[in-house]
Design a protein around this ligand. Structure first.
Ligand code: AMP
Ligand code: ZN
Ligand code: FE
Ligand code: FE
Length: 289
């Protein structure tokens, strides 16, 4: 690979497209990142790598891209998000897993629709599928249908009253354990990074996660205050973990609107990340993979 164009020397390593629950196409994500003069990005859709070929194609050699994914994993009966970077999306085990996940997510949404029925709310799977389009289906699409029906005022209320992790119509979305998620990513040549820990876990769990093979922490994130980021940066240093960061932009899905480029890390973080990524993970993905 050619030396990367450094541009503004910043990288946003957490971005969603309409291949999961973002609203931008991969091309739009790349266009916006290039317009902001970012040096590097990663497209990290939930349990899907479908946006990667188009993102790589759109980026050409304007902008460096790392392959990415955000896997839902289970840890201590909670759902955590595990970011994978630099893996080979053509890896057979990895692809087979994502295929099963697509089916599992559909079954889960159907189960949540059944639970909504017990609350007197009638939604069809087809409506939710239409909201997801070609993308991998998730709770935000179900929430969108509830909003469109006028049953809740907004996505936040949909999660609070019905779909959130502790709400009555929640059905768990993952069976993948952290060690197995780490193995999937690392065996495919990538690096495994814990996403937005503040939202999801207790600090005291970090050493255990590192023992499971997690190689980094997403220190910088839209939901992390400067003080929180500072704290996680220190913990990363103590545990000898990589430091990453990104905006977790979902386009216009979230009430904040597009956050692309508002949370970034310096390019030397990307270099350190790449240093632990296996060589074969660095080939761009091919179309229709
Ligand atoms: P899923 O992968 O189907 O479990 O859905 C995960 C998505 O739902 C993520 O993008 C989250 O940002 C979003 N989400 C989870 N909890 C909430 C919440 N309480 N309010 C708004 N969005 C949420
Ligand atoms: Zn999301
Ligand atoms: Fe996440
Ligand atoms: Fe995300």
């Amino acid at each position: 690979m050619n030396p990367p164009p450094l541009r503004n020397g910043r990288a946003d390593l957490h971005l969603h497209t309409f291949h999961s629950d973002g609203t931008f196409s991969p091309e739009e994500v790349v266009r916006r990142a290039a317009a902001l003069n970012l040096a590097a990005i990663s497209v990290t859709d939930h349990d899907s790598t479908a946006g990667l070929p188009a993102a790589f194609k759109a980026a050409g050699d304007k902008l460096e891209i790392l392959t990415g994914v955000e896997l839902t994993v289970v840890f201590k009966a909670r759902e955590l998000h595990l970011l994978g970077y630099g893996f080979d999306p053509a890896d057979e085990t990895f692809r087979a897993f994502l295929g099963r996940m697509r089916q599992y997510r559909q079954d889960r949404i159907r189960a949540m629709i059944d639970r909504l029925k017990t609350k007197g709310i009638e939604v069809t799977f087809e409506e939710v599928q239409a909201a997801a389009g070609q993308g991998i289906i998730g709770r935000p699409h179900l929430a969108q249908v509830l909003v469109e029906r006028g049953l809740v005022r907004g996505l936040d209320e949909a999660f609070e009253r019905y779909l959130g992790d502790r709400a009555p119509c929640f059905v768990k979305g993952a069976t993948l354990t952290v060690p197995n998620g780490v193995k999937l990513i690392r065996d495919a040549g990538g690096a495994a990074v814990l996403a937005h820990p503040f939202r999801l876990i207790q600090e005291s769990w970090l050493p255990e996660l590192a023992d499971c093979g997690v190689q980094g922490i997403e220190v910088f994130h839209t939901d992390h205050s400067a003080a929180v980021a500072k704290r996680y940066e220190r913990l990363a240093r103590e545990l000898d973990l990589l430091v990453t960061g990104g905006s977790d932009c979902h386009g216009f899905r979230k009430s904040s609107g597009p956050t692309l480029g508002t949370v970034t890390v310096a390019y030397d973080r990307v270099e350190r990340l790449k240093a632990v990524i296996h060589k074969r993970g660095q080939t761009p993905p091919v179309e229709n993979s």
